[in-house]
Structure formats: structure tokens, C-alpha cells
Design a protein around this ligand. Structure first.
Ligand code: ZN
Length: 247
């Protein structure tokens, strides 16, 4: 009851026209700070979307994805994007997460090991795996699995935190949460990808393109949609069968 009242008051106080969330479609006076350390202008007060979630939503919207009849795999879905995609008529939506004790997951989320996906090859038209691989010790196997289940002609959105360094920093011996946080950016990250991240995806079979969607928009829209000006949208596609790596 108190929670509902708080939400109602927050809605009233924050409703406005300065910013617009493409996920929930609501206007607000501002996006809220989020993260550690907090980033300003990050969190939608209504649906909880972040800069990268809104970037993915805009990228999907621009491409008219997903479409009726398509199969979508969403790994570790954030709630706002999940609700948006599930609302698409006629799609088959599969969500999965590596279930950990002490966490709750939306109904219908399957327990999923991204290094051993329980799906046939070429199953999904759209695969979304955002901010997952930096948690996965054997990320190369995970990448090959994501590639395997992607249908030729389909699209994979494969975001990770990436530093400006040329090479990925990883060391399996680093298991102390404090040290991981210092070196990899979060207590449960096992590496910090560098600019070589797309090469690792290519080695798994993907054809990779890296876009910066915010650079294609006027600065007023970048602000209005609460995007990071330099955030990379990393996309993977699957070429013809003859180009697939042999396993
Ligand atoms: Zn929103």
C-alpha cells in the first residue's frame, strides 16, 4: 500500500516533458542518477530503463524488430526491455537467466547456462545478450553458443562494458570481489573487455558491426532519450552456412 502511494507520488512529481523514455513512452522532468559511482541522467523513474536499454530499444525500433512470427532469445533480460519486446504481437519470446539464490526472476524466466544453451541451431531471429558475458568465465564458449542458436539473417545484440584499452584485461586468479571491482569494474565481473571485444565475437563466428547510434542523432535527442553519446552498439550477424566456422 505504502509502495503504491510512493510510486503514485513519484509519478506525479517526475512527470514532465524534458526527457522521454522510448521504452515506457513516458515523459519526465529528468532521468535519475544510477550506478556506482552514480551516473547522472541514467535511470527512467517509471520503468527503470538505463541508457543502454533505451539505446537497444531505439535500435530495434529503427529496424522494425522484432516482427510477428520471429523467435526472440533474451538472456538476463532487464525488465523494461523485456516488457517492451513481449508486447510485440505474434513473437515467441524466450527469456533465461543463470538463477542465483537470493534473487527473484520474472515468471517464465528459465534457468539458463549461456555456455550450454538448450536450443537447436539456427533457432532465433533475434538474440539479446546485454551485460552478461563479462560475468561468464568461459565467454568464448558462450559466444559460440549464442552464434549457434542465431538464425542466418538474424541479429544478435551483444553489449558488454568496454574500456578504451586495446586489449581485454582478464585473470581467472582474480576472485576477490574488491579486486574484481577495482580491476574489472564490478565485484562479480571476471574481466574488463577492451577494444578487441569484437575480435573475440568474430572468432566465435559472428560478423560484427559496431555502431554509435547516439552519434547519428542531434544532441537534443541524445539528451531527450537519455543516451550516452559514445556508447557502442555491438551487433552480430550470421553469414551464409559456408562462412560458418567448423567445430
Ligand atoms: Zn521508461
Amino acid at each position: 500500500m505504502l509502495g503504491a502511494l510512493k510510486r503514485w507520488l513519484r509519478h506525479r512529481a517526475l512527470r514532465g516533458n524534458a526527457v522521454h523514455c522510448p521504452l515506457c513512452g513516458q515523459g519526465a522532468v529528468a532521468f535519475l542518477p544510477s550506478g556506482d559511482p552514480p551516473r547522472p541522467h541514467a535511470l527512467c523513474p517509471f520503468c527503470g530503463s538505463l541508457e543502454r536499454t533505451r539505446m537497444m530499444a531505439l535500435a530495434l525500433h529503427q529496424r522494425g524488430l522484432p516482427r510477428a512470427g520471429q523467435h526472440v532469445l533474451h538472456v538476463a533480460p532487464d525488465r523494461s526491455l523485456r516488457e517492451r519486446i513481449r508486447a510485440t504481437p505474434g513473437i515467441t519470446y524466450t527469456a533465461g537467466d543463470k538463477k542465483e539464490p537470493g534473487y527473484t526472476y520474472p515468471p517464465g524466466t528459465m534457468d539458463l547456462d549461456v555456455t550450454a544453451l538448450p536450443f537447436p541451431a539456427d533457432r532465433f531471429d533475434l538474440v539479446i545478450c546485454s551485460h552478461v558475458l563479462e560475468h561468464v568465465p568461459d565467454d568464448r564458449t558462450a559466444m559460440r553458443e549464442l552464434f549457434r542458436v542465431l538464425r542466418p539473417g538474424g541479429l544478435a545484440i551483444l553489449l558488454v562494458p568496454m574500456s578504451a584499452r586495446p586489449t581485454t584485461d582478464e585473470d581467472p586468479a582474480v576472485t576477490d570481489p574488491q579486486e574484481r571491482r577495482r580491476r574489472f569494474g564490478q565485484h562479480d565481473h571476471v574481466r574488463l573487455y577492451g577494444r578487441d571485444y569484437p575480435d573475440r565475437l568474430r572468432a566465435a563466428g559472428f560478423t560484427v558491426t559496431v555502431e554509435q547510434p547516439a552519434q547519428q542523432l542531434p544532441p537534443t535527442d541524445v539528451f531527450r532519450f537519455g543516451l550516452k553519446a559514445d556508447e557502442d552498439l555491438v551487433l552480430g550477424t550470421k553469414g551464409p552456412a559456408s562462412e560458418r566456422p567448423r567445430s
